[in-house]
Design a protein around this ligand. Structure first.
Ligand code: F6R
Length: 592
């Protein structure tokens, strides 16, 4: 949430580089954006409301600078609330990601000292606090250490002092990564929320960890905030490819990422068998297994209850990460907490894992982002290897996460090889399913229902959490009110909302609840619903049939979801929305 970039060099103009880098971070928030550079020891800034990718910006001169793309938390979406935020002297600029929980108290004390605040943000206190320290004669490094430690909550920020031409970053909570390139005698140093920001320039990185600062210069210097000791960091060469994060011939990342499921499922299956067996033993021996995640990843965690029950005869629990604290008294050193996350940076998940760590429980994670904060806090990580997911709505990461859950469940049941063979077959069926004719058939359905105000989705068994996930997908990109229900729950209230022609999507599989979900479909049909069957077989009650490959058991969740992802995409397109960047959302939710 919020993208941060900082850039240092001695020869090149910083602004064009900052601009291109910030565009690559747009998925982290796109309410407004801004830049600050140091030119002839003066601070220059440019801030605008809207998306950086579609903006026209005057070029700021200067060789060093910072930038920010905002997802608004404190203060409305206005130019004055846009980062960077300055101090009273006009030489300090700050970009920030997080929420300063004690900002009001800090702001009150600064107001008492006659600091002039220009925004409603929490961030601006950082600029004025640094100003105070510099006025007291402290250097910027010590000021950043002191102020960073004063802020409550998860906060990462980058400070530019235009007068001394220094850039210093502080990290606690959300990620900051340093990138370094030295070519033909020219050194360039980046600091960013995500490697993607500078991946086309360098693959050599150093990770800033929590409670550390880094001075951005030719040879960046890292310090521990608590001990103030200098830290030696390894320069790591990462293996990511920029091509993976580009749209290629697709009009949208979302469509590209849905289509990539032709390959990503097979990549997710390709885990190390020894690791799977080792973790499955941990699961089998644990006193309590809790899956935690947020949003779509939480729906994946919910499927774990069905997957482990059906495949491994094993009871596991699912808890939305934001509710995890309420369950902490169940956590023992023998308890296992399994986090599911695409970004590996979601604040609520991290908080849940910190609680688990304090209670001595073991942590396993199923994530898409190596070296992310969740990766670092975990005792064991499974990477889903889905490649960068740029569209805000998660698609390919979701199905790959389910693949890893199914593999683990088979491993727990002592049938790993059988599980792998089964999933390879499923991956092949998804490959066949995602063809242009299929896409066209789903697009036609979208044309029939895109003007409706409500869409309901029902499922039973593992297709119940998938009904919930389908609703998230449809809502977030089409802004149509969509709600998922367990088929059997419909008549306990929600059926009152079914009117003539209300679309109801029925997720069907050839499993032991098939007949019951068809009965639920008949119930809504008799109230006038327009029944859309997502099913391996047609049925006379379907007004529209989306044929799905017939797969056994829990993998129907993957197949049915892929069909609904495509439908959500076309509903969003037909309603004229920016499906990659839905309003009010951000890809990486690094605030609570
Ligand atoms: C919805 C979506 C979000 C994320 C949630 C968790 O399409 O993508 O609901 O699933 O914000 O994000 P990660 O998986 O990065 O922890």
């Amino acid at each position: 949430m919020c993208g941060i970039i900082g850039y240092w060099n001695k020869e090149l103009e910083a602004f064009p580089i900052l601009l291109e880098s910030l565009k690559k971070l747009e998925y982290r928030g796109y309410d407004s954006f801004g830049f600050a550079t140091s030119f002839e020891n003066k601070l220059l800034t440019e801030r605008q409301v809207g998306k950086v990718s579609s903006a026209k910006c005057p070029i700021l001169p200067g060789k060093i600078g910072i930038g920010h793309t905002r997802w608004a938390t404190h203060g409305k979406v206005t130019e004055k609330n846009t980062h960077p935020h300055r101090d009273c002297s006009g030489k300090i600029a700050v970009v920030h990601n997080g929420i300063i929980e004690n900002f009001q108290e800090l702001k009150n004390s600064l107001l008492n000292k006659n600091h002039n605040f220009l925004s409603e943000t929490d961030t601006e206190v950082i600029s004025h606090l640094i100003e105070e320290k510099l006025e007291q004669g402290m250097n910027l490094k010590d000021a950043v250490i002191e102020i960073g430690s004063l802020l409550k909550g998860r906060n990462s920020f980058v400070v530019l002092n235009s007068e001394t031409k220094e850039i210093i970053a502080f990290r606690k909570g959300s990620p900051l990564i340093v990138g370094i390139t030295k070519e033909n005698g020219t050194s360039e140093v980046f600091i960013a929320s995500d490697i993607q920001a500078f991946l086309d320039k360098t693959k050599k990185v150093m990770y800033l960890d929590d409670n550390q600062i880094v001075i951005i210069k030719e040879n960046p210097e890292f310090y521990n905030v608590k001990t103030k000791d200098k830290i030696e960091k390894r320069l790591i060469k990462i293996a990511l490819d920029t091509k993976d994060a580009e749209k290629g011939d697709y009009s949208h990342y979302m469509l590209k990422e849905i289509m990539e499921q032709k390959e990503t499922l097979a990549k997710a299956i390709n885990q190390n068998d020894k690791d799977l067996m080792h973790v499955s033993q941990e699961i089998n021996n644990a006193r309590g297994v809790f899956f935690v995640g947020c949003g779509t990843a939480a729906r994946v965690c919910h499927t774990a209850e069905y997957i482990f029950s059906k495949i491994a005869d094993k009871h596991v629990n699912f808890i939305p990460a934001s509710e995890f604290e309420n369950y902490k008294h169940f956590l023992l050193p023998e308890t296992l907490v399994i986090a599911v996350s695409q970004s590996g940076e979601t604040a609520d998940v991290l908080e849940a894992l910190e609680i688990a760590k304090q209670r001595g429980s073991k942590i396993i994670s199923i994530i898409n982002t190596q070296s992310s904060s969740i990766d670092k806090i975990s005792d064991y990580t499974f990477l889903i290897k889905a490649g960068p997911e740029k569209a805000v709505a998660s698609t390919k990461a979701t199905t790959s996460q389910i693949v890893v859950l199914i593999l683990l469940a088979y491993a727990c049941a002592g049938k790993l090889k059988e599980g792998e063979r089964f999933l390879i077959d499923v991956a092949g069926k998804v490959n066949d399913m995602l063809n242009p004719r299929y896409e066209e058939h789903i697009k036609k359905l979208a044309e029939i229902i895109y003007q409706r105000e409500n869409i309901f989705i029902i499922g039973r068994g593992i297709n119940y959490p998938m009904a919930l996930e389908s609703a998230i997908k449809i809502m977030e990109v089409s802004y149509i009110h969509a709600q998922g229900f367990a088929g059997g729950e419909l008549k306990h209230g929600p059926i009152a909302l079914i009117e003539k022609a209300t679309p109801v999507i029925v997720l069907v599989a050839n499993d032991d609840v098939r007949q019951e979900i068809i009965s639920n479909a008949i119930e809504v049909k008799s109230r006038g619903a327009y029944v859309i069957g997502v099913s391996p077989e047609n049925n006379p009650i379907f007004d529209y049939w989306i044929k799905t490959p017939d797969v056994n058991g829990e993998a129907s969740s993957i197949i049915n979801l892929v069909a609904v992802q495509l439908l959500a995409y076309y509903l969003g397109i037909l309603r004229g929305h920016d499906v990659d960047y839905p309003r009010s959302l951000a890809k990486s939710v690094t605030v609570k």
